[in-house]
Design a protein around this ligand. Structure first.
Ligand SMILES: [Zn+2]
Length: 161
């Protein structure tokens, strides 16, 4: 695996099982993403459960080629955030930085090879997050412990300028 491509589900709810169903309906061989990051709403937009917020679920087996980004499935890991254009703080500030760092270490991928779907498509905005800021800020040591008092830390949601 040479890169990670981030997506959003373009839905307000869902989990790995739900997406597996959606992708099978399209005639695919099951879920196209390797991992899914939940927003706490598995079944509907009104069933929020805190314990599901930010949970990473396994999708397609990592050893099997994904189906998530045309022309780039051969050498990429597909990660999908549940959500359209708003995500939870747990997803963005807790799970995503830690999980991306984890994947990069395990698969020996540099942060420069973490992309958003839109960077490989002229017609998509997926995952609706500014990936330049993800590459810049998400690979700082988290959690920020033992930092000298007065150190300037940028912890605002990374999709805002
Ligand atoms: Zn996508």
């Amino acid at each position: 695996m040479k890169k990670i491509i981030l997506h959003c589900s373009d839905s307000e709810f869902g989990d790995s099982k739900t997406i597996d169903g959606w992708h099978r309906e399209k005639g695919w061989n099951g879920i196209g993403y390797h991992y899914v990051i939940l927003n706490g709403n598995r079944k509907s937009r009104s069933d929020y459960k805190k314990e599901d917020d930010g949970v990473v679920e396994v999708g397609r087996d990592i050893d099997i080629m994904g189906a998530h980004c045309r022309g780039h499935n051969m050498d990429s890991i597909g990660v999908c955030l549940i959500g359209k254009n708003r995500f939870t703080a747990n997803q963005l500030l807790n799970t995503l930085p830690a999980f991306l760092s984890h994947l990069c270490i395990i698969h020996k991928i540099s942060r420069d090879n973490v992309f958003g779907h839109y960077e490989f498509s002229d017609t998509k905005t997926c995952p609706n997050i500014d990936m330049t800021l993800v590459r810049k800020y998400y690979f700082l040591p988290f959690p920020v412990l033992g930092v000298q008092p007065g150190t300037d830390l940028c912890l605002h949601p990374p999709f805002k300028k």
